[in-house]
Ligand binder design. Structure first.
Ligand SMILES: Cc1cc2nc3c(=O)[nH]c(=O)nc-3n(C[C@H](O)[C@H](O)[C@H](O)COP(=O)(O)OP(=O)(O)OC[C@H]3O[C@@H](n4cnc5c(N)ncnc54)[C@H](O)[C@@H]3O)c2cc1C
Length: 410
């Protein structure tokens, strides 16, 4: 159930666990001989593969509405970065880059802790601290490759300065888990911002994609998944001088049939960032960009403010022009229209976990995600089908990875 976030290395220490690229191509923890039961108990309590919680109860009040699928929300808007250059550069409407920039410029935080394209593995992401708007700009754009977002979290906390965290929902969940063990997290993380996430791209799928162009993964020197328009082109460069630019729908397939996922992402109980202050997403009706118009879309995000802090930030950023609003009153029904794949997964996850447990596999402990409630709405026939499908995947060997062994360096 590992997503390769690296939090296990951070909590146990690199001498006991190292989150590195392994032979499968993923980032995975490689355990050293000194790892003991106490370390493993702590890791299982913070790992987003073994524990996933919804919004902490203290952040829910009488103004919070709870949608059974989409979770806590106070305000939902359709918006884009106020600065047209950020809107263009960003993945969708650039709102995360705009918020990161706004938080720094208004001195609400000292830095943004998030990720940018990896320097050593251009298809991967790597964690970074942004202190200026230029730094935030450099990290704009979604990266669908493996990213050890939290591997340096202790160094980040050791700075003792207030910051905002931007990560995938699983990264946010992992840091919320760690907050139960390190009180500096809740003191120093002033804003928790996330992107709705359908899952990251397994390295084998990336290698297959590159093979279509006779490119070896080790020859790639730059890779941009999207951004510079919405979704914007997928572009890569190689050390032999090849520069290839494709439409996003050519990269993923027009119906996103090229979208291949790690097993953990197929059974993700929270791809929608339930424990963030603000969760943002794409807004293509039906869930995929229209290949006929994707080159002309300027991009707008749906933004779900879940907490008081999120709502206050959203309103201040709109007031000060950091965000432009296309529609101030979206509803959960609009999110269902934009994210049908997330809704389907949310309804199926409880039964998929039952299937895992029936086969003796690890399923994450979850709290405050309403999964059983949603499964009950679906009824026995659906749940049995989902559970049996997962059991079959387990028996067919499609849910396991080899014990992680470090890959040879490039
Ligand atoms: C793996 C993945 C899967 C996604 N799946 C969906 C989906 O199913 N539905 C949907 O609506 N949207 C999905 N998105 C989000 C979407 O692509 C946009 O990122 C989102 O709409 C934010 O747009 P923006 O213009 O505000 O982002 P930008 O302004 O470009 O900012 C993006 C921010 O995200 C951070 N970031 C980028 N990649 C990663 C990463 N791998 N891990 C952690 N942080 C990262 C960057 O540091 C940056 O701060 C996914 C994104 C990723 C990375």
């Amino acid at each position: 159930m590992c997503i390769g976030c690296g939090l296990c290395q951070a909590v146990a220490g690199p001498e006991k666990v190292k989150a590195v690229k392994v032979t499968s191509g993923h980032i995975r923890p490689v355990a050293g001989p000194d790892l003991d039961h106490e370390d493993v108990d702590l890791i299982y309590d913070v790992c987003p593969g073994t524990r996933v919680d919804g919004l902490p109860e203290r952040l829910v009040d009488e103004s919070t509405q709870i949608d059974p699928v989409w979770g806590a929300h106070r305000t939902i808007v359709l918006a884009h970065a106020g600065d047209p250059a950020i809107r263009f550069e960003g993945s969708t409407g650039g709102v995360l880059t705009a918020l990161g920039t706004y938080l720094l410029e208004t001195q609400r935080v000292k830095f943004i802790f998030h990720t940018k394209a990896s320097r050593s593995e251009p298809t991967f992401g790597e964690s970074t601290l942004s202190f200026t708007s230029g730094d935030v700009w450099e990290a704009a754009g979604s990266r669908y490759g493996p990213t050890a977002t939290l591997v340096d979290i202790k160094d980040v906390l050791n700075r003792g300065e207030p910051f905002a965290f931007i990560g995938k929902p699983c990264d946010i969940g992992a840091l919320r888990n760690y907050a139960r063990h390190d009180q500096r997290v809740d003191t120093l993380v002033k804003y928790w911002l996330t992107l709705v996430c359908g899952g990251y791209m397994p390295p084998a799928a990336m290698n297959d994609f590159l093979a279509r162009y006779d490119v070896a993964p080790t020859d790639v020197t730059a890779f941009r998944y999207r951004g510079r328009g919405c979704p914007g082109p997928t572009r890569f460069e190689t050390r032999q001088g090849l520069v290839k630019e494709l439409r996003y729908t050519d990269f993923w397939g027009e119906d996103e049939s090229g979208w291949s996922l790690p097993f953990r992402c197929k059974v993700c109980p929270d791809g929608i960032g339930e424990s963030a202050d603000i969760a943002v997403c794409d807004t293509w009706p039906g869930g995929s960009p229209n290949p006929k118009t994707e080159d002309q879309d300027p991009g707008a995000n749906a933004m779900i403010a879940r907490t008081l802090a999120g709502q206050e930030l959203l309103e201040a950023a709109i007031h000060d022009g950091a965000l432009g609003v296309d529609d101030p009153h979206l509803s959960p029904k609009d999110i269902t229209d934009f994210q049908p794949h997330q809704m389907k997964k949310k309804y199926a996850v409880w039964a998929r976990f039952e299937g895992l447990k029936a086969e003796g596999c690890t399923a994450p402990i979850t709290n405050r995600l309403r999964l059983k409630h949603l499964a009950d709405e679906m009824g026995d026939a659906f749940n049995t089908m989902q559970a049996n499908g997962t059991r079959k995947r387990v028996r067919d060997g499609n849910t396991k990875e080899p014990t992680p062994q470090p890959a040879e360096p490039n």
